[in-house]
Ligand binder design. Structure first.
Ligand code: KIV
Length: 280
């Protein structure tokens, strides 16, 4: 008897918004974490370009390549049975030309095993979004703090705090919806502005540092598990302190190795004494 898995799909995002069910999303970059998060019931796994910072140790996300995302997305796809997988389009993979944008988005689907792509920006990338959607590739938008624009924004700051900025954010969210995106990440946006945008749109908003009124939430897994400590954004809630757990496990292992307490008999293999005697 086969048990069918009720996969979370692009249409599940829209259904969730209609039914008022909040969407849960976390980042994943490898097989074991994807499997754990999938089994816990997460709706969407994002193979984010945050990979560059929290896994590869770069200072920003700008060094991440399409090949990096594909490599990690393949592992995530092997681990996830139910969760929807969205892959980030990294810096410069959707800026040079419409053709290149479609080709790169296609690679994330065909080679990476993702079901959708996410890209940052509004009006500046609208033609690229339309072309990707035309190629039948679902697109998730990303507005507000867009880390690939860090050098233009001058730092990781809250966006949409002035009247002009807020109007622009609302306009761009509507523009993205018209272009055919199936959801939009709102990053570092005041809670009440994110609420207004969420109410204006038919598609779901997924917030990160955008308050509780968004239609879903996303966090970087390494942040919420307390594994990555180089940056601690205000919007992160640490649900576990795995960094501390890993450190103390490692300290104990070092000490037990030095004291010859590890490996114990139960971790070792035996050989017949008669065979052993013939070896001496
Ligand atoms: O790359 C990433 O992890 C992201 C999230 C912060 C939304 O884009």
């Amino acid at each position: 008897m086969s048990t069918s898995i009720n996969k979370f799909t692009t249409t599940s995002f829209l259904k969730a918004k209609k039914e008022g069910k909040k969407i849960s999303m976390l980042t994943a970059y490898d097989y074991p974490m994807a499997k754990l998060l999938d089994e816990a019931g997460i709706d969407c796994l994002l193979v984010g370009d945050s990979l560059g910072m929290v896994v590869l140790g770069y200072e920003t996300t700008l060094q991440v390549t399409v090949d990096d995302i594909i490599h990690h997305c393949k592992a995530v796809a092997r681990g996830a049975k139910r969760a929807h997988i969205t892959a980030d389009m990294p810096f410069l993979s959707y800026h040079i030309s419409v053709e290149e944008s479609v080709r790169n988005a296609g690679r994330l689907i065909q080679e990476g095993g993702a079901s959708a792509v996410k890209l940052e920006g509004g009006r500046n990338v609208i033609d690229n979004i339309k072309a990707i959607v035309n190629a039948q590739i679902p697109v998730m938008g990303h507005l507000g703090l867009t880390p690939q624009s860090i050098n233009m924004l001058g730092g990781y700051k809250v966006q949409g705090t002035t009247l002009d900025q807020s109007k622009k954010l609302i306009e761009e969210a509507e523009l993205l919806q018209q272009a055919g995106v199936f959801s939009i990440v709102l990053e570092c946006v005041p809670e009440k502005l994110a609420k207004l945008i969420s109410e204006k749109l038919d598609i779901p908003t997924i917030g990160i540092g955008a308050g509780k009124y968004c239609d879903g939430q996303v966090l970087v897994t390494q942040d919420m598990l307390g594994i990555y400590s180089d940056l601690k954004p205000k919007f992160v809630k640490q649900y576990a302190q795995l960094g501390n757990t890993i450190s103390s496990a490692c300290t104990q292992y070092i000490s037990e190795t030095q004291q010859q307490q590890f490996p114990a008999a139960e971790h070792s293999f035996t050989i017949d004494d008669e065979i052993l005697a013939k070896l001496y």
